[in-house]
Ligand binder design. Structure first.
Ligand code: GDP
Length: 297
């Protein structure tokens, strides 16, 4: 099974799916447009959340970072006057050092990610959407800023005028992504932000065309007409669509089955399920319903 993922909503679904699918049958292609260099290391927020989820290490209170991790280096950096944008934990930072050392030696992000998943003993494939550099920039009432500056440093407060994925036109899907698109007949679009998480994956040259002859099943990140977390409403309004399941459907484009929450007011063609995942049990239940849908049961 091939799943397209961001860093929060889809990992919650993967938390359930990983218990029901053999590791070798589960592949995840992950957004890299939120990646950034921080304190000398390359941080891939979405890839890390996916990997930590599959390794059962994710901090499920925040859906990023490693549970029980401590922030000694971050705290000391702050004391030294360094304003590190994200409060990185020690183990999390070790992962960034591991990756960045490889990148500095000229290794591609795909291979560095593969090495990381091996190091953590994972059997699933985790594939960056591209090996090229792409970054999400948000044009706001307070100027143009990187996604992390908008969402973390300014807590998503500024008014959003537009969202641009810099470098996307020249970026190519990674070879691993292309191989999976060749091999898989069904593609699951997880419940992630349709503008800043799934948008970049679908915008890579040739991806939408390749989805035309696949069976595409998407799970909406809206629950009962509201997103569970994140800046989706502002980003969707700035992209010219309504901030609801209808807007999700129009941004995603070719989808054969859209799964919406049972309380959604969406009137279009869809399948309804309980899509809110607050506990492992919720994730398992949604994963089970999704697998039944895939198998046509
Ligand atoms: P990011 O990379 O951290 O921005 O994360 P994602 O794009 O993967 O996830 C953010 C989206 O996940 C938001 O639009 C949320 O509404 C959605 N989301 C978070 N939790 C849930 C959930 O339990 N169910 C559903 N359906 N969506 C969720």
């Amino acid at each position: 099974m091939l799943v397209l993922s961001g860093g929060t909503g889809t990992p919650k679904l993967l938390w359930g799916l990983k218990e029901m699918i053999s590791p070798e049958d589960l592949s995840v292609v992950v957004n890299t447009a939120e990646d950034l260099w921080l304190s000398g290391n390359y941080v891939c927020p979405d890839i890390d959340s996916v990997i930590y989820t599959l390794a059962d290490m994710i901090d499920t209170k925040r859906w990023w970072g490693i549970k029980g991790d401590r922030t000694l280096t971050h705290d000391f950096l702050l004391m030294l006057g360094v304003e590190e944008k994200l409060a990185l934990g020690e183990k999390d930072r070790a992962v960034h050092i591991f990756r960045s050392d490889l990148l500095r030696q000229g290794v591609k992000l795909s291979l560095a990610t593969e090495a990381l998943t091996k190091g953590l003993g994972l059997g699933q494939k985790v594939v960056p959407m591209t090996d090229d550099s792409v970054s999400t920039f948000v044009s706001t009432s307070e100027g143009v800023m990187h996604f992390q500056d908008f969402w973390v440093a300014r807590r998503g407060r500024p008014e959003v005028k537009s969202v641009k994925i810099r470098g996307i036109e020249k970026a190519l899907p990674s070879q691993g992504f292309l191989d999976l698109l060749e091999k898989e007949d069904t593609v699951i679009i997880g419940p992630s932000n349709p503008v800043s998480s799934i948008g970049p994956i679908l915008s890579l040259p040739g991806v939408r065309e390749r989805l035309e002859d696949k069976r595409v099943i998407a799970i909406s990140p809206f629950v009962g007409d509201k997103p569970v977390s994140g800046p989706a409403p502002k980003f969707m309004a700035a992209s010219g669509v309504s901030a609801d399941d209808r807007g999700v459907a129009s941004l995603l484009g070719k989808v054969d089955t859209l799964v919406v929450d049972k309380n959604s007011s969406y009137g279009g063609n869809c399948v309804r399920m309980s899509t809110l995942m607050r506990t492992k049990r919720d994730s398992l239940k949604l994963a089970e319903s999704l697998l039944k849908l895939v198998d046509g049961v």
